[in-house]
Write a protein that binds this ligand. Sequence first.
Ligand code: CUA
Length: 332
Amino acid sequence: MGFRRTMRWALIRAGVWVSCAAISSCDGPQSALAPAGRDAARIADLFWWMSGGALLVWGAVMVAAIYAARSNREHDPRLASRFIVGGGVVFPTVVLAALLSFGLALMPDLLSPGAASAPRVRVSGERWWWRVTYEVNGRPVELANELRLPVRERSGLTLVSPDVVHAFWVPSLAGKVDMIPGRENRLALEPTRTGLFRGACAEFCGGAHAMMAFHVEALERPAYDAWLAEQARPAAAPVGERAERGAAIFDARGCGACHTVRGTRAEGTVGPDLTHVGGRHRIAGVLANDVDGFRRFVRDPEAVKPEAEMPGFAMLAAEELDALAHYLDGLE
Ligand code: CUA
């Protein structure tokens, strides 16, 4: 008996410890429980209310089960049927109806599109990256795997996909929305504080699904305007002999058939626009943005993103790869 009791206490203590550890790790740049957006905050509220409701139902069932196991009372059919109707029909109906009304009441707010003056961004789920298109003076400006948005404004996103189904999700800012070929879905993001938040694809879509990361940075309005104006400019000319050689290799190897570098003759649209690739938070959404990151990705994209459509360039000499990486790193 003593041993069993000791074991039971050890298990309870371990359970509490693990739960605390799990909850304390629900922080950071990609957590629905550390909201930094108006919609995410509503959804987190809903989560806690739902959890409270579930706990209430679970508690009631446990009390009933323990009572039934320990009770020596004579079976009373009338009391039993009252108990079944009360605990099995009325109680769950009331709790679930309350939770449902609470959830439904949130919907109009979550679907509201925001002011016309707020940014409008089109995001397309590609295999396996994110094509992000802003509009500046009526002209599209494309970037990849990264959005920047003004804080405290409700930006409107149009979510599309040319081929397979993805789901766009920035847990810290809002709920997830599917990107379905042939459809245009809408989502609004309204960051409540500045910062860098991580997003992910939330629908299994293929080889590099788990590597389909992207970043959303919330900025004050002036910083956002300055950043967007910079993104709309053509690419910086390569600086230094090595970067110039890299630009020549980029041109000679036909990289421009798939990639655009605005201001050069590279005008491909199959892959990500690289005009300001060196200034992004990450390469391909996942690698550190430095010369080594470019070297790794260009040499073997498949190693970073399984089933990547871009061919590897392992046939380049180390010195050529290095020059190319320096050129791309300089495209800020
Ligand atoms: Cu895209 Cu999963």
